[in-house]
Design a protein. Structure first.
Length: 193
């Protein structure tokens, strides 16, 4: 095949940006990690005579409110992606800042929940499972917030002019993943008892 034939074929089939492919592969490994945490939780639950054990008091209203905030942050992150795809970098920056604020509120809510908990990580299998699952999730939320700060820094340096959106999309994939994992955690810990 000639060089011209290769070029015309490349133009006919756009390739996914490598940053997006890399993020999808990374999220696959994260899915396995959280899958192992869920498996451990359910194994411990199946072996326990009572789950959650006596003395564990989990409210539902506050975690549900903070879950709604985190889910809303997925929407604001997607609005940021839509803005950058249209070339509206200033609009993207505004929506990323809103997403950062919602993520910080979620983490503050999780810290409040930890402070009010009637058990700790050393309270037995339930405490260990609860804090491992929610703690690792909190670390992932924090990592997502740091990635958004990188996006904001790159935007300030002019990286997204001209509709270049792959970096923002990759961060959005990560953020949506973190949100979906939390929905699973919330359902497992707070709804299915």
């Amino acid at each position: 095949m000639t060089a011209a034939g290769v070029r015309s074929r490349d133009l006919a089939q756009p390739r996914l940006p490598l940053v997006s492919v890399g993020m999808v592969l990374f999220l696959g490994s994260e899915l396995l990690f959280f899958g192992a945490l869920f498996a451990a939780y359910f194994v411990l639950r199946a072996a326990a005579p009572r789950w959650p054990p006596p003395g564990v008091e989990l409210g539902l209203l506050e975690p549900a409110a903070f879950t709604a905030i985190l889910v809303a942050s997925s929407g604001t992150m997607q609005l940021a992606v839509a803005r950058v795809e249209r070339g509206d970098v200033a609009g993207m920056v505004r929506w990323v800042w809103v997403t950062v604020a919602l993520g910080v509120v979620f983490l503050a809510g999780q810290a409040l929940g930890y402070a009010r908990a009637t058990f700790d990580i050393a309270s037995g299998p339930y405490g260990s499972a609860f804090y491992a699952m929610t703690g690792f999730h909190a670390l992932h939320v924090l990592a997502g917030l740091l990635l958004m700060l990188v996006v904001l820094g790159r935007a300030a340096a002019g990286a997204y002019r001209g509709g270049e959106a792959a970096g923002v999309e990759a961060v959005a994939y990560y953020w949506h993943f973190v949100d979906v994992v939390w929905i699973g955690l919330f359902s497992t810990i707070y709804l299915v008892r």
